[in-house]
Design a protein around this ligand. Sequence first.
Ligand SMILES: Cc1cc2nc3c(=O)[nH]c(=O)nc-3n(C[C@H](O)[C@H](O)[C@H](O)COP(=O)(O)OP(=O)(O)OC[C@H]3O[C@@H](n4cnc5c(N)ncnc54)[C@H](O)[C@@H]3O)c2cc1C
Length: 379
Amino acid sequence: MARVLVLGGGFGGIAAATRLRWRLGPNDRVTLVDRRSEFVMGLRKTWAVVGSHRLRDGARSLATLRSRGIEVVEGTVEAVDPAGLRVSVDGEWLAADALVVALGADQVPGAIPGLVEHGINVWDRDLATRGHDALAGMRSGRLLIGVFGLPYACPPGPFELALLAKELLDRRAATVSVAVFGPMPIALPVVGPTESAKVDAILEAAGITFHRGHAAIEVTPGTVRFSDDTTLPFDVLFGIPPHRCPALLVDAGLAVPGGWVSVNPTTLETGFRGVYAIGDCTIIKLANGLALPKAGVFAEAEGYVAAERIADEIAGRASSATFAGEGVCYAEVGEGRAAAVQGRFLADPPGVSIAQPSAEAVASKAAFEADRLTGWFGS
Ligand SMILES: Cc1cc2nc3c(=O)[nH]c(=O)nc-3n(C[C@H](O)[C@H](O)[C@H](O)COP(=O)(O)OP(=O)(O)OC[C@H]3O[C@@H](n4cnc5c(N)ncnc54)[C@H](O)[C@@H]3O)c2cc1C
């Protein structure tokens, strides 16, 4: 009898746990640990802020996975001992034959002075309602959407939020200017300058300003200050806070301070035997020197690969499961249309493109969520 511990019940962890349950024998144990009781996709946060869909309609209880034979532990992972293949959860050490580390990225708004006090972290599902209320209350003034550090989850997300918010405000005849800023040199560095220019064109057509190369260092009431001492004013500030690798993974020796968990890009193995890491807590360098974007679609695909490899290892088989770095996400641009951002990220050079916005892509985005919720939770 083998036991696999999956740390984190987000996109990657659920994918890994469900695939492990399917692949392992009935006497083998699959244990999923998360400090939260529910899963909700990131895309619901933007929908909740602009009020197009409710968060709770996309929330699923992790406990549902128990009916599929997955042990679900609601608790906090406090420490990982990768050499000893054990994990401390709420003070109790759990041992395993293999570990899948899928703890995501920590968001640290506190790293920017004043951001917690004067901005709203719209990447935090618990603050989506605050974001929605702030937007609903705007009749005039300036909405500023800021990226406060690189990398961050869902690179097209801030632009999507700006476009949907602007559409909503215009429909209400509110005289609100909408701008986005971030430290990146172009809107979407990972797609390259030619494809990224398509984002600029869409923003420009919607009357949204993008302030590139703006590294924020401080927020004071109504003002964001940047490293070159310039400032931008706001009435409402939506902040995407700096993201960091969970400190416990640094303490475990899985990541260096200030970095992310390094993995074999195709097998998701870490430097420790039997320990795999997937999703937002990892870094995978691409042939162009940039990093694989932090996206659920990759965390999921990585989760399946890690699960397949662990199952093969337990069965004593050679494994051929590999991560290809292929994926698509759908960024809404308003007027009932979305643009599919798709690519082969591990190719040399990476081939990434942004398709012409269409209504079909909005339907594909809804199906992306529905298919996974049904596949993982049954509904
Ligand atoms: C607004 C927004 C829109 C997005 N849209 C898309 C999209 O359209 N398509 C797409 O592919 N991606 C999208 N993403 C990105 C996507 O949500 C993330 O990349 C994805 O969730 C990463 O998966 P993960 O499994 O690595 O981490 P997560 O899904 O973040 O899961 C990590 C889990 O670990 C748990 N955890 C963390 N620390 C501990 C601990 N110490 N103890 C116990 N549990 C712990 C957390 O509670 C969490 O459930 C979006 C993100 C945002 C914010």
